[in-house]
Design a protein around this ligand. Structure first.
Ligand SMILES: [Zn+2]
Length: 330
């Protein structure tokens, strides 16, 4: 579908991606300013920061960390990494968005059981979830810079899940919240994000009010976060994958030893969610670039993904009309 688009000969980013410009050599501005040494230093700095933080917080409460767990490959690897490297007491929280693939459930059960990790499942009201996805599909909710990292449907879901996880962290007094985000899905400054009373009272409140206006009052079930009690430490958010050299093949090879298998019904850009391909199709129709182009082309630039693999993801984009299954009729 996207064959006709002009792409960087080095990283394959398309000319339709916001801010991308090509030189006469058909190489993009992002490749030209890419500095592998600097990237390595950022990864190393993230790893050190995460390491220091974990050692500082380990053992101060019942659970050391709550992991926002999807059953997908990256959050499965995050569980493995935190368990095996630091021997942490982990609570894995799986938020069921009503589109979790059958194999992802199986993977979540296998991986947590084999790593000795508690698994908690939270299922928001599916009628609300479908309503949220409809609004996210049909309205313009996000800025161009937000849409450069993910599409509107996925961003709405990710925001909701992040809040539910923070909520549980505060309720259970868990000092660390971990996500499975990889480079390109998140700014590299997202290795360690500290929260405080201002974070919740100002930034999060602003978000909550915005989403109440878009999705309705029910969003309060997920966005109204209790205040930290006196003496309770505000949770710190970490993304351990930003402190590791990422390789999709290595990730899959590792977690396969813990009973993880690739789902066959989630498309090539997700390993847990049945809605992902549809969300990508809707985004592509509107903006003419793959909603995960930023992370895919970064992997290519870093040499962690082949151009063939990236192209197969870009050529896999469907049209929203192709999704005739009743589950997409929201
Ligand atoms: Zn490029």
């Amino acid at each position: 579908m996207s064959n006709e688009i002009r792409r960087c000969i080095n990283c394959l980013i398309s000319e339709t991606f916001p801010g991308v410009k090509f030189g006469d050599d058909e190489v993009c501005n992002l490749c030209k300013k890419f500095d592998p040494e600097k990237e390595k230093q950022i990864v190393e700095a993230n790893r050190k920061k995460i390491d220091t933080l974990i050692n500082e917080k380990k053992g101060i409460n019942r659970y050391d960390v709550i992991v926002s767990y999807s059953g997908g490959k990256d959050s499965s690897y995050t569980l493995y990494y935190l368990r095996k490297t630091y021997d942490l007491n982990i609570l894995a929280l799986l938020v069921d968005n009503d589109f979790v693939a059958k194999q992802a459930w199986e993977n979540a059960r296998n991986v947590t059981a084999r790593l000795g990790i508690d698994l908690m499942i939270f299922k928001p009201d599916p009628i609300f979830m479908h309503h949220m996805f409809k609004v996210a599909r049909d309205e313009n909710l996000y800025s161009i810079s937000q849409l450069m990292r993910a599409n509107s449907i996925c961003l709405s879901c990710i925001n909701l899940i992040s809040n539910i996880t923070l909520n549980e962290a505060i309720i259970h007094k868990i000092p660390i919240v971990a996500g499975g985000y990889i480079d390109g899905q998140m700014p590299s400054s997202g290795g360690v994000i500290r929260t405080d009373s201002k974070f919740f009272k100002e930034e999060n409140e602003k978000k909550r009010m915005y989403f109440v206006s878009k999705f309705g009052e029910k969003i309060n079930n997920y966005y109204k976060i209790p205040e930290c009690s006196e003496n309770q430490i505000y949770p710190v958010i970490i993304n351990p994958m930003l402190g590791l050299e990422y390789s999709e093949n290595k990730v899959i090879e590792t977690i396969s030893k813990y009973g993880w298998q690739k789902p066959l019904d989630t498309g090539s850009s997700s390993s847990n969610c049945l809605l992902n391909d549809y969300a990508i199709a809707v985004h592509y129709q509107k903006y003419k670039y793959h909603s995960y182009e930023s992370e895919i082309c970064l992997q290519v630039r870093k040499g962690f993904m082949s151009k063939e693999e990236a192209l197969s993801k870009f050529n896999d984009i469907k049209s929203p009309e192709d999704f005739t299954n009743a589950i997409f009729k929201f």
